[in-house]
Write a new protein. Structure first.
Length: 165
């Protein structure tokens, strides 16, 4: 009987060392009817950081104890603020965002691009990716969009108002 008791305690002790404690996680679920969405993390009414995304999961860790909320917005859309949530030291804050709507930058092929300020002059295309030599680079006007490409990126740039749309 003593041998069984000793073996039981040894197994109990070794299994307790094998456990890793998982930090509590607070999950916030949001749905947007447009993309891309800009998500801002707000701590007690102070803007902390923001990111633009087309949906998915964002995890924030290393947050100090405070009330946090998210401000979700898009170009020309009404901003949505989530309820404030108390996050304690060591807790993870996870945002699951689902995007159901169309891309705000979709333009019909046959439509003349119009600036958000309502004019059609001084508009040039945006080119993404690594740009090599252009055939007639003296007469080509483009706006470099960067190397990170998603399924919802601006396609035109207004030189007058310095806006991508």
């Amino acid at each position: 009987m003593k041998v069984l008791l000793v073996v039981f305690f040894l197994l109990l002790i070794t299994s307790s060392f094998g456990q890793n404690s998982q930090t509590d996680r607070v999950v916030v679920k949001v749905t947007a009817n447009y993309k891309p969405v800009t998500i801002a993390l707000v701590k007690s009414k102070d803007h902390m950081s923001s990111i633009q995304t087309n949906g998915g999961k964002l995890i924030f860790k290393g947050l100090e104890t405070a009330y946090y909320s998210f401000l979700i917005s898009g170009t020309g859309q009404v901003a949505i603020t989530t309820d404030s949530i108390l996050i304690r030291n060591g807790q993870l804050l996870e945002l699951n965002i689902t995007v159901n709507g169309p891309c705000l930058y979709d333009h019909p092929e046959d439509k003349v691009p119009t600036c958000p300020e309502n004019h059609t002059d001084n508009i040039i295309p945006i080119v993404y990716g690594l740009i090599g030599k252009l055939k007639d680079s003296k007469n080509v006007e483009i706006h470099l969009g960067g190397c990170v490409v998603s399924d919802c990126d601006p396609k035109f740039y207004c030189k007058t108002h310095q806006k991508e749309f």
